[in-house]
Ligand binder design. Structure first.
Ligand code: ADP
Ligand code: MG
Length: 408
C-alpha cells in the first residue's frame, strides 16, 4: 500500500493566502523537492551527482505590496514574519522565514559575489540586479514536500521564492544563477553548509529526466530517465529516522575526505579513480581508505549510471543503485538499520535496485520498481518494519518532474 506523505501544506489555495494577507494575489510559483538517484557525498568532493526533481512541490502565492516590506506566512507554522527590503541582514534571519528572506538578501548580495565558484560558473550578468526600488511582497507558502525526509523541502521553498522574486522584480537571471543564489542563501542566511545540488535539481529538472551535475565545473546536463516508457517508478521509503546534517557524522566524513585527498596529494577526491585505490590502501589508515573508496567508486557509479541510461535504458541501472548502498553502508558508514532493512526488503520483493538517499543517518531510501510491483514492494517494506518493531515508514511514489515554474 502506498501512502501519502505527511506534508507541510497541501495543494496551493488562494484561501490560505487570504486568511493572512490583504493585498490582492499577483501570482503563484512553485518548485519541486528532489531525490538523489545516485551520487552521495560526492558533491563536496568536486564529484558527480544525479538528482531529479520530484512531483511534490512547494508553492508560493504572492501579492505585490505598495511598501518595502517582505512578509511571509506558511501553513507550516502560525504567524506572519516580516522584514524590510532596506534592512536585509542574514544575521537577523532565524527560523523558517530565513529560507525566503535569505533569497532576497542573496539576490541583493549576488553582485558582490560574482567571482565565487557558483556565480562564476553560472556566468550571468549580475550587475543589473537592483533591489533598491522594488516593491515589498506578501508570500504565502504551502508545500507538499515533507520536511527532513531527504527530499529537500528547503530547496523547494528557496527556489519557489527565487523564481517568484525574479519575475516580480523583473530581474534577468538564468536558472544556474538562481541556483547559486539559493546556495548562498542557505549557506549564509540559513547557516547550512550545503552544496548546489538541491537547487540545481529544483530549478533545472524536467519531466522524466535527471540533472547530471559536475560539482567541480558546475556544468549540468539533463539526462532522460525513460522510467515512464519502461513502466518504472521510484518508491521512496521515509524511515522517519531523523538526520542531522550539521552534526558529527557529516562533519567527520568531510574531514576524512579532506584528509584522504591531502595524503594522496590531490586537491579533492574527484581527482582519484579506481587505479589509485591500491596506493590509497597503502598510504591511508583503514577507515580513511574506506571513506575514500566510497567517494571514488560512487563517482564512477554516477558516470556509469548516466552511460547506462543513455545506452541500455533504465532497467540497466539497478545494480549500480544496489552497489551504491553497499558502499554507503560498509565504506562510508552512514546508513542505519532502518535504511538497510528498507533497501534489503525492497530488493527481495522485486525492486530492480535500491539504496539509501541523502546525507545518511536516517531519512529516506529509494527503490526502482516496475509499476506492477509497486504495491507489493511497499507492502513488504511496511510489514518488515512492523516485524522489526520500527516506527511505521511512509512509502510513496515519486516521478521525475519539471523544475520551478509559474503556476498562475
Ligand atoms: P530538507 O531535507 O527537507 O531540506 P532541511 O532541514 O534542509 O530539510 O530544511 C527543512 C526546513 O525548511 C524546515 O525546518 C523549515 O525551516 C523549512 N521549510 C520547509 N518547508 C517549509 C514550509 N512549507 N514552510 C515553511 N518552512 C519550510
Ligand atoms: Mg535541505
Amino acid at each position: 500500500m502506498t501512502t501519502t506523505p505527511d506534508t507541510a501544506g497541501g495543494a496551493a489555495s488562494a484561501t490560505g493566502y487570504a486568511s493572512v494577507f490583504d493585498t490582492p494575489v499577483t501570482g503563484r510559483w512553485s518548485a519541486p523537492g528532489r531525490v538523489n538517484l545516485i551520487g552521495e557525498h560526492t558533491d563536496y568532493n568536486d564529484g558527480f551527482v544525479l538528482p531529479f526533481a520530484i512531483d511534490r512541490r512547494a508553492t508560493v502565492t504572492v501579492g505585490v505590496r505598495d511598501d518595502r516590506l517582505l512578509r511571509v506566512a506558511s501553513t507550516f507554522e502560525e504567524g506572519v514574519n516580516e522584514i524590510s527590503l532596506d534592512a536585509l541582514d542574514p544575521a537577523s534571519m532565524t527560523g523558517w522565514p530565513a529560507y525566503v528572506f535569505g533569497i532576497a538578501w542573496a539576490l541583493q548580495t549576488a553582485p558582490e559575489r560574482a567571482t565565487t565558484p557558483s556565480f562564476a560558473a553560472a556566468g550571468g550578468d549580475l550587475s543589473t540586479i537592483d533591489l533598491s526600488a522594488v516593491p515589498g511582497l506578501d508570500v504565502f507558502v504551502e508545500s507538499e514536500v515533507p520536511v527532513g525526509a531527504g527530499l529537500s523541502s528547503s530547496a523547494a521553498l528557496e527556489c519557489s521564492a527565487a523564481v517568484a522574486m525574479t519575475e516580480l522584480w523583473s530581474l534577468d537571471l538564468g536558472r544556474e544563477t538562481l541556483a547559486a543564489v539559493g546556495q548562498l542563501s542557505e549557506n549564509e542566511a540559513v547557516g547550512a553548509p550545503t552544496g548546489i545540488m538541491d537547487q540545481s535539481a529544483s530549478l533545472l529538472g524536467r519531466a522524466d529526466s535527471a540533472v547530471f551535475l559536475d560539482c567541480r565545473s558546475l556544468d549540468s546536463e539533463v539526462v532522460d530517465l525513460g522510467f515512464g516508457a519502461s513502466d518504472l517508478e521510484v518508491l521512496v521509503v521515509d524511515t522517519h529516522v531523523e538526520h542531522a546534517h550539521a552534526t558529527g557524522g557529516y562533519v567527520d566524513r568531510r574531514a576524512s575526505c579532506e584528509r584522504g585527498a591531502e595524503a594522496m596529494g590531490v586537491s579533492s577526491l574527484r581527482d582519484l579513480d579506481a587505479d589509485d585505490l591500491p596506493r590509497a590502501a597503502e598510504l591511508l589508515d583503514d577507515e580513511t581508505y574506506r571513506r575514500v573508496r566510497h567517494v571514488v567508486t560512487e563517482n564512477q557509479r554516477v558516470l556509469d549510471t548516466v552511460k547506462a541510461l543513455r545506452t541500455e535504458g533504465p532497467t540497466a541501472i539497478g545494480a549500480l543503485l544496489d552497489a551504491s548502498h553497499v558502499s554507503m553502508r560498509d565504506d562510508f558508514e552512514i546508513s542505519v538499520p532502518e535504511l538497510d532493512l528498507a533497501v534489503e526488503t525492497a530488493q527481495r520483493a522485486g525492486a530492480l535496485g535500491a539504496r539509501m538517499t541523502g546525507g545518511g543517518f536516517g531519512g529516506s531510501a529509494i527503490a526502482l520498481v516496475r509499476s506492477a510491483d509497486r504495491e507489493a514492494v511497499a507492502e513488504a517494506v511496511t510489514t518488515a518494519f512492523a516485524e522489526a518493531g520500527y516506527t511505521a515508514p511512509t512509502v510513496f511514489t515519486v516521478h521525475a518532474a519539471e523544475g520551478a515554474r509559474r503556476d498562475g
